[in-house]
Design a protein around this ligand. Sequence first.
Ligand SMILES: Nc1ncnc2c1ncn2[C@@H]1O[C@H](COP(=O)(O)OP(=O)(O)OP(=O)(O)O)[C@@H](O)[C@H]1O
Ligand SMILES: [Mg+2]
Length: 211
Amino acid sequence: MIVALLNQKGGVGKTTLALHLAGRWAAEGKRIILIDADPQGSALDWSEQRAKEGLPRLFGVIGLSRDTLHREAPEIARNAVHVVIDGPPRIAALLRSALLAADLALVPAQPSPFDGWASSEMLKLIDEARIFRPNLIARFVLNRCPARTIIARETAQALASHEPPVLTSRIGQRVVFADAARTGRLVGETPNGAIAAREIASLTSELEKLA
Ligand SMILES: Nc1ncnc2c1ncn2[C@@H]1O[C@H](COP(=O)(O)OP(=O)(O)OP(=O)(O)O)[C@@H](O)[C@H]1O
Ligand SMILES: [Mg+2]
């Protein structure tokens, strides 16, 4: 399966979730390739940092921020159980190409009605991609949910019938995600990361059921 983390909005957790999905699947013994489709190269930076820290390689990271991604991805996917694409912010041509490459488009968003996560631009791009990829699955995933989940619950309820639907698995607002990223780690490799790692595991199993 090719899963693309996409949202034209910056800082919603595309890279964080892409790395953790890839890491979780790799820990299950699956061969995973992560495509960094963001010209900023944050996933590549993480991978480099990880190597500097002397940590073991979990999955390969390929930098491919080109609008031909959809043509190259199937070949890459042949060598992996899952391919995870860390999508670019704002650049429409790259975003379109990543969408066309994906079996599953995952749109991370913060659980605030003001986050613009039901953003018409993203939804328009998904509709457009479905002309060429009628089987494209799209889901929102709530990231950075506050500990008191009342806001998230209200938002999720309001949008329960929304298209694309919101996944049941949610990721909390947890400093371990930021701490881990800085040192080329994943939350499961940090002292206080157990709860965060469980959230990621629940997300990966929900995604596998979708495929
Ligand atoms: N669940 C979370 N809890 C706490 N911090 C988080 C969480 N998810 C992401 N962050 C932090 O938020 C910031 C933005 O996350 P990230 O880089 O993953 O977003 P992005 O969508 O890839 O951004 P960009 O559009 O710039 O590529 C980072 O500092 C990251 O550590
Ligand atoms: Mg990013």
